[in-house]
Write a new protein. Structure first.
Length: 93
């Protein structure tokens, strides 16, 4: 099985990366990753590819990278970004 394209869905201010395999299956199965994930790098791990292939035989498998992990956008701390804009250097006397 070849790696499917990585797609992106918008959630608030970030893009969430996801992949779909087994598109002709009648059942949808969403796999929520653990702490860390990376959609593209998973295809370099034979055991993960085997799991993806098996699950895709009976379901349309939807995998995604959580916010701030893998290929999804990093979470921007709005307060920190705002603080950086507001802080100005103090002019010397």
């Amino acid at each position: 099985m070849d790696m499917p394209p990585v797609r992106y869905a918008r959630s608030g201010d970030v893009n969430i990366a996801y992949q779909i395999t087994g598109e002709r299956a009648p059942l949808d199965l969403v796999v929520a990753p653990g702490t860390l994930s990376h959609l593209a790098l998973a295809w370099n791990e034979p055991r993960q590819v085997q799991t993806i292939e098996r699950l895709s035989r009976f379901a349309r498998l939807i995998r995604f990278d959580k916010r701030g992990t893998g290929m999804s956008d990093r979470v921007v701390d709005r307060w920190r970004a705002y603080s950086r804009r507001c802080i100005r250097p103090v002019p010397e006397p």
